[in-house]
Design a protein around this ligand. Structure first.
Ligand SMILES: [Ca+2]
Length: 116
């Protein structure tokens, strides 16, 4: 079987970590692992932003409701929305903390096989 070649400027050229022009199975595996770790890092960053956004908007919402900016008679109309808004955001924060604890157990056994 003929030797396979990468096309010019292939995305897989980055996998050749030692620069010898040969991409071994170990280098491919390492590259795949790096991409997975980068994706996980991005996902965790997004989740952290979402939780911060939820926490801050709920806090600002409560503070605004307590100030005289909103008249008392309006608060009656807003109470339904406020309950759902606050409970759903607390749900986001609570589930983030819960799933974070669960995933921490899952990643405990992660071992980096970089010496291959
Ligand atoms: Ca190589």
């Amino acid at each position: 079987m003929a030797q396979k070649k990468l096309e010019k400027d292939s995305a897989w050229e980055k996998a050749d970590s030692n620069g010898d022009g040969v991409i071994t199975d170990a280098e491919l595996g390492r590259r795949e692992r790096m991409v997975l770790l980068e994706n996980r890092d991005k996902k965790e960053d997004q989740q952290r932003w979402l939780v911060w956004f939820s926490a801050l908007t709920v806090t600002v919402f409560i503070i605004v409701l307590m100030t005289p900016i909103i008249p008392i008679d309006r608060i009656d109309h807003l109470s339904g929305i406020a309950e759902i808004w606050i409970l759903s955001n607390m749900g986001i924060i609570g589930s983030f903390i819960g799933f974070n604890q669960l995933s921490r157990r899952g990643t405990k056994g992660d071992n980096f096989e970089l010496n291959k």
